[in-house]
Ligand binder design. Structure first.
Ligand code: LRH
Ligand code: MN
Length: 415
């Protein structure tokens, strides 16, 4: 909700005193918040859908150039995103150099590239029964070649990462051999890995089910880590928050992956049941906070360098305006990060070592219950962003303008 400059200053000075009492410097926090940038997925700028339907939002970007325009708007008003993550073939540039020029002019970089071997888009061999794990060698070869093409395009655009998510799996017991599928997947990924530029990383995403509902070749972090170890140093595990069975302790997975320097990065979203791709922090904000607590302590303790981790949103908007949803997601991720930054980790460790559970809990609870929104707002204002980006979108009738420019029925490529 929009607040006056006066209330903002008052709440900021109260928070300043609270933080100073804990030995936390507001200026240090503001520079950490400002530096923390999250990539926006190219496939989340239009209305998403489910098998039960899709409700167009109007004014959706009709091509990659318009997607960059939307991300540049998000960047200007939130100061929280400076990169796009492309999905191929949904986002094949008409003119690579022109697109790179436009992105450069807009200050938008290219984060990890996403390959797609979970749909048929006119390629000779179908991926219906799998891609890199398919029992047909020629189909595996086709999927390998697709990933190499995605790498080549990413190199031209300045990306430094390839995200591989495989829908490969089965719907019924007996449909395929678990071991053969895993063996072929590893063999295929080794061919892809051989062609990875030395300064790139391969982000291997896992998911327990959907679109296959009996088994998925890479269902969990353990299988992804096992494969990454087979591939090499540049291959690491991508954690999509929606890709876990109910009640999975994701913050422990993050701690474990950082412990082995195996964490590639994140696809931020939230979920109540399955891979719901809802707005980050909208369902389980405490979990998101705990994940950032593990990330910060893991980096501070030297398990894994903070700068090696990729930060991306992966969401799908069935009922909300995509721009509003992304503004809220960027805000809630920044708030979770900031709450984790103000945790008194020294005291927490003391209580843990003394077996003082209640006091340890109080340390986390105190940070989580601290309203850090003035700090996130101040960081945004100091970077020239809008005081209230959501209010800006409404007050300036941004969606109405986009509908006028692009049409009520314009549909963005993607899910
Ligand atoms: C799979 C996934 C993957 C993307 C797709 C759009 O559920 O999370 O990251 O390729 O969504
Ligand atoms: Mn994802």
């Amino acid at each position: 909700m929009p607040i006056s400059k006066n209330i903002h200053q008052k709440s900021l000075s109260v928070l300043h005193e609270q933080l100073a009492a804990k030995g936390k410097s507001m200026d240090t926090l503001i520079s950490q918040i400002s530096k923390f940038q999250i990539a926006v997925p190219s496939w989340a700028l239009g209305a998403g859908g489910t098998r039960f339907g899709r409700f167009s939002i109007g004014g959706e970007p009709r091509n990659l150039e318009e997607k960059l325009d939307d991300i540049a708007l998000l960047s200007r008003i939130t100061r929280k995103t400076d990169a796009v993550s492309l999905h191929i073939p949904w986002d094949i540039p008409r003119d690579v150099d022109a697109l790179k020029q436009k992105a450069g002019d807009l200050g938008i970089g290219f984060d990890a590239m996403n390959s797609n071997t979970f749909q048929d888009y006119g390629q000779p061999r179908t991926y219906k029964l799998g891609s890199l794990s398919n029992s047909i060698k020629e189909t595996r070869e086709q999927a390998i070649q697709h990933n190499l093409q995605v790498i080549q395009l990413g190199e031209k655009l300045g990306s430094k990462g390839l995200t591989v998510w495989l829908a490969d799996g089965t719907n019924f017991p007996g449909q395929s051999s678990f071991r053969n599928s895993l063996k072929w997947t590893i063999e295929s990924l080794k061919e892809v890995y051989k062609n990875l530029p030395a300064d790139w990383k391969l982000l291997l995403e896992y998911k327990p089910y959907e679109p296959n509902f009996y088994h998925t070749v890479i269902p969990d972090w353990g299988t992804s880590a096992l494969i990454c170890n087979e591939l090499g140093e540049q291959a690491k595990v991508l954690v999509d928050l929606g890709h876990h069975l109910p009640n999975t302790n994701i913050e422990q997975i993050v701690a474990t992956l950082m412990f082995k320097n195996e964490l590639a990065g994140f696809h931020f979203n939230d979920s109540k049941y399955g891979d719901d791709d809802l707005t980050s922090g909208s369902i389980k904000p405490y979990q998101l906070f705990l994940i950032f607590c593990e990330l910060i302590s893991g980096a501070e303790e030297g398990s894994q360098n903070w700068d090696t981790i990729s930060w991306m949103i992966d969401a799908s908007h069935n009922t909300k305006d995509p721009l509003e949803d992304l503004v809220q997601a960027l805000e809630s991720i920044s708030i979770a990060y900031t709450k984790a930054l103000i945790v008194d980790r020294k005291k927490l460790t003391e209580h843990q070592l003394n077996g003082d559970t209640s006091s340890a809990q109080e340390i986390l609870h105190d940070a989580f219950m601290t309203d850090v929104r003035p700090l996130v707002r101040e960081a945004r204002i100091r970077q020239g962003g809008e005081e209230n980006p959501l209010d800006f979108l409404r007050k300036n009738n941004i969606r109405k303008g986009l509908i006028k420019e692009r049409g009520k029925g314009s549909k963005a490529s993607g899910l």
